[in-house]
Design a protein around this ligand. Sequence first.
Ligand SMILES: [Zn+2]
Length: 57
Amino acid sequence: MVLSMVDQHKPKCHLCSNVFENLEELRKHQDDAHKEFTEFHKDVSDHSPTPGDVTIF
Ligand SMILES: [Zn+2]
């Protein structure tokens, strides 16, 4: 599988510019690589079940 230009249809981590196959992969990545970031957002919106404010462009 060739990693080419950024696929605009795939979710992109705005923290490190990595592109993932789907939202699940992105969430798993952010939960692992940007744990502090995701936990920060969980803390802010403690009534939301999932961090759904991930920016995807
Ligand atoms: Zn990232």
